[in-house]
Design a binder for this molecule. Structure first.
Ligand SMILES: [Fe+2]
Length: 449
């Protein structure tokens, strides 16, 4: 069948040629072949040639089987460089500059090993830095995430009395503010989290319980994460309705302060609204837009995420209400952001109507309260604005469709796929027509009675 568009060369199917520069010694090639073999990288051709600049180095031009994904090759190369088997590597014949991206939900398992900062590594100014017991505990919890695989239950944590007490202090303070400052959807969903997910004052909820509830509400699920992921990996997971959540809690010495996301921020900030269909949809839209996006586009999507999912405010009967997790998990900024003034300093934030193109290009501060908040009319309008932005403003030369039955993404790059999409739309239109006619008939019958 003829292609409608030039075939989009997904990074999973590329012809790869590598130029490996190895130390000129007998064992170099065998050592590098052992690493390729360990990572199941099939080689189809190897040629040697002297290095033009250094006699102590020998170059090998290596052709890799095109069925091997680039990330697997990357991992093999990374190991060779770390083990000092290889001095230098150059990728040749890579016409495609589109970054690798996951196409099925289990691909997200790769991200765990790419954490920028594991939960056990604390900065010197972290409140728990000098507390070895806290650090050991964090490492134990972070290791669960490192070893987690898609589909397995998230191990339950038997939180200590100290940890539950820290949770309790913040829970009491924040839940007292939600009726006044959280948006209506958040306040409607919160009792469901109390009933179904173990949200209560004296105990930290378990990730698996929350994940089960989200899955039945909007198809979102939680994955434990050991620390900070790259922006690309974090956003990519949202495409599959997967939210990475930390499982450890901040240090008990400063219950109202955390320099990084912890289980309080995730549970009270993010989780309730992931059970809202509009919120879930625009979260996934940002995720889908991030698949195969350029680094610059990832930066723009991160800002969009920041101004909506972290610090979004909406207007409700003339009042400002929070829907962003950064606000909903910080009592100080929740009051400042929604009341319009910092009670301590008298500082006032600026409010702008949410325009995705503007938000996506505005750099934000991370160390103090936001000077600017974008305000949406409703979560539904936010969803429509984000959908329009991701469909029209991104440079990516292809479009993707998420398949919720298989939790996979399809690249719409062939006539067959577009015909199949057209048939699905046609079926849905038939369903809509039939439903409208049935509703119309029952309306007529009721009116005649
Ligand atoms: Fe967050």
């Amino acid at each position: 069948m003829e292609r409608v568009f030039p075939k989009f060369a997904n990074a999973t199917k590329l012809h790869k040629t590598l130029l490996l520069s190895l130390p000129h010694k007998v064992t170099s090639l065998t050592s590098s072949l052992a690493v390729f073999s360990k990572h199941n990288v099939n080689l189809i051709k190897i040629e040697s040639r002297p290095n033009r600049f250094d006699k102590k180095v020998i170059d090998f031009v290596v052709n890799v089987d095109e069925g091997v994904s680039k990330d697997i090759v990357d991992r093999a190369i990374k190991e060779m460089v770390q083990e000092k088997i290889c001095d230098h590597v150059q990728y040749l014949g890579f016409e495609n500059k589109i970054p690798w991206f996951p196409t099925k939900i289990a691909d997200i398992d790769h991200f765990a090993r790419e954490c920028l900062e594991a939960g056990a590594v604390l900065q010197a100014d972290h409140p728990g830095f000098h507390d070895q017991e806290y650090r050991d505990r964090r490492k134990m919890i972070a290791d669960i995430a490192l070893n987690y695989k898609h589909g397995s239950p998230i191990p339950r944590i038997d939180y200590t009395e100290t940890e539950n007490k820290t949770w309790s202090i913040i829970y009491k303070k924040l839940t007292a503010l939600y009726p006044k400052y959280a948006c209506e959807q958040y306040n409607n969903l919160f009792p469901l989290f109390e009933q179904n997910c173990g949200f209560k004052e004296d105990k930290i909820p378990q990730l698996q319980d929350v994940s089960d509830f989200l899955l039945s509400s909007t198809g979102f699920r939680i994955r434990p994460v050991s620390g900070l992921l790259t922006s690309r990996d974090f956003l990519n997971a949202l495409a599959f309705r997967v939210f990475h959540s930390t499982q450890y809690i901040r240090h008990h010495s400063k219950p109202y302060y955390t320099p990084e996301p912890d289980v309080v921020h995730e549970m009270l900030g993010h989780m309730p609204l992931l059970a809202d269909s509009d919120f879930a949809e625009f979260s996934q839209q940002i995720g889908l837009a991030s698949l195969g996006a350029s680094d610059e586009e990832i930066d723009r999507l991160v800002r969009l995420y920041w101004y909506c999912l972290e610090f979004g405010i909406l207007k409700e009967n003339g009042s400002l209400k929070a829907y962003g997790a950064g606000l909903l998990s910080s009592f100080g900024e929740l009051e400042y952001g929604c009341s319009g003034i910092d009670a301590e300093t008298g500082k006032k934030p600026e409010y702008l109507p949410f325009v995705p193109e503007d938000a996506a290009n505005r750099v934000y501060p991370i160390t103090h309260y936001q000077p600017i908040y974008y305000v949406v009319e409703s979560l539904e309008s936010c969803k429509d604005l984000i959908r329009r932005y991701v469909n029209n403003s991104l440079d990516r030369p292809f479009q993707l469709k998420y398949n919720p039955y298989t939790s996979t993404v399809d690249v719409l790059d062939s006539q067959e796929k577009l015909i199949s999409l057209t048939k699905t739309i046609q079926n849905n239109m038939d369903l809509l027509k039939s439903s409208l006619s049935k509703i119309g008939r029952s309306y007529e019958i009721n009116n005649k009675k």
